[in-house]
Design a protein around this ligand. Structure first.
Ligand SMILES: [Zn+2]
Length: 434
């Protein structure tokens, strides 16, 4: 198991914290000088960069929220003049204004370096051929993986997302060894490969690097059942740099955070107080080293846990667990909090259910919330026996009810009827009036 940058990935805690403190000090003075948004936030809590005495002081500093990026759209969060910027990315911005992040020449080099670390940690290297089926464009996933994989010595095929028939042809013809995509698109590609009778063993695929959406262990198992790969997870956000914040090593027991560039906190989302290692909280990240778009205590809304236990791979950096949900995609039905990822975990363990589902929330004419789970069943499971179908539907309903503590209406649908995703899957359709 190779470590790309042992000096930083296998650093002892004490020198790491010294480095973090020095970088935090530098970052605070940069944003205080150059970003009016941060200056006014720091002034409002009576903190000047010179007050920083230790990493513990981080807890005194204000949070940055997604809405702050929107309020300062497009360039208000930039810490360098525009003529130093060489690349600009943004989130999809489906609701309101998008999040915009800029990169100087040095930022692009940092980005490539950080993605290279996670690519090497996942087992990629010279001789590999990576098919990047992330969308290229404003989305950070495509370019981020592109730069990092090249740095690791991998040959990159920038096919972008979509056109699944062509994805499979390129995979066969080019001898692709690594697939880069969202988990939901990988699942879809795997499904099409199986339906077309392509023998998975005839492919040279061996590794998957998935990101941009949460991937439960059950989802990972479903992907690995369809494609001849070891599936690895990685983490990043446009607000922070894109991919490259954290990634799994070959032990696959959490994603190593590049702590020399990012300070990670795990906090109770209601109180903002830290939760103990191993417990679920909201991930809050400070991006220390970006020249153009440094970020102070960004509330990611992602719920996960952090561990600082040593990892068998030799890296010493903290690891974050799988993202179990997002504070903003949790929905409330009959007073019960439900995460789509929890619904997914339950469904994917039921034999006869295919890993394609959708959650539809609505309100009845009487004003009650309705919660429907539509899920595909395996082809040929019933052969027209309605009694069997109803019994199976009741079983799925009961499994969900006992796990979620709220009863959904389950609707079984034919294989292939639910929308397939080439990027991030849309799991929840909420038709309830605001
Ligand atoms: Zn490790």
């Amino acid at each position: 198991m190779t470590i790309w940058d042992p000096q930083h990935e296998a650093i002892d805690r004490e020198p790491l914290e010294e480095l973090q403190l020095a970088r935090l000090r530098d970052m605070l003075s940069r944003v205080y000088e150059r970003v009016p948004f941060y200056r006014s936030r720091l002034d409002a809590c009576g903190f000047t960069p010179g007050d920083l005495a230790g990493l513990d002081d981080l807890a005194r500093l204000p949070f940055t929220e997604k809405s702050d990026f929107r309020d300062n759209y497009p360039y208000g969060m930039f810490a360098v003049p525009l003529d130093e910027v060489v690349e600009i990315h943004s989130s999809s911005g489906t609701t309101g204004k998008a999040v915009v992040g800029g990169y100087t020449r040095a930022d692009l080099e940092t980005w490539a370096e950080l993605v290279c670390r996670i690519a090497v940690a996942a087992g990629a290297g010279r001789g590999d051929i990576a098919q990047v089926a992330f969308g290229y464009g404003m989305f950070t996933g495509g370019f981020g993986l592109h730069y990092g994989l090249q740095k690791a010595g991998v040959a990159v095929v920038p096919i972008s997302a979509g056109n699944t028939a062509r994805q499979i042809k390129v995979m066969q013809d080019f001898g692709t060894t690594i697939l880069i995509a969202t988990p939901s698109y990988s699942l879809y590609i795997g499904d099409v490969i199986n339906k077309r009778g392509v023998e998975p063993g005839s492919l040279k695929l061996r590794l998957g690097m998935f990101g941009a959406e949460t991937c439960s262990e059950e989802m990972r198992a479903q992907i690995e059942a369809r494609l001849p790969i070891t599936a690895t997870d990685n983490y990043g956000l446009t607000e922070l740099i894109g991919p490259g914040v954290a990634g799994e090593c070959e032990c696959r027991s959490g994603m190593h955070i590049s702590e020399d560039h990012f300070i990670a906190e795990c906090l109770d989302p209601a109180t903002g107080e830290p939760v103990p290692d191993g417990e679920i909280g909201e991930l809050v990240i400070t991006a220390l080293t970006r020249e153009c778009s440094p970020v102070l205590r960004y509330r990611t809304r992602d719920l996960t846990s952090i561990t600082r236990e040593p990892c068998a791979c030799g890296r010493t950096t903290a690891r974050m667990g799988k993202v179990v949900g997002r504070t903003d995609d949790m929905f409330i039905i009959s007073g019960v909090n439900v995460f789509p990822s929890h619904v997914e975990s339950v469904l994917f363990q039921i034999k006869g259910v295919e890993p394609f589902y959708q959650i539809v929330l609505d309100r009845s004419p009487g004003g009650l919330d309705t919660f429907e789970v539509q899920v595909e069943v395996t082809d040929g499971l019933f052969d027209g026996w309605m009694d069997d179908l109803r019994a199976f539907e009741r079983r799925v309903t009961e499994e969900l009810r006992s796990a979620l503590l709220v009863r959904p209406r389950v609707r079984l649908v034919e294989p292939g009827t639910l929308e397939r995703s080439e990027g991030k899957a849309r799991r929840v359709i909420d038709r309830r009036p605001a």
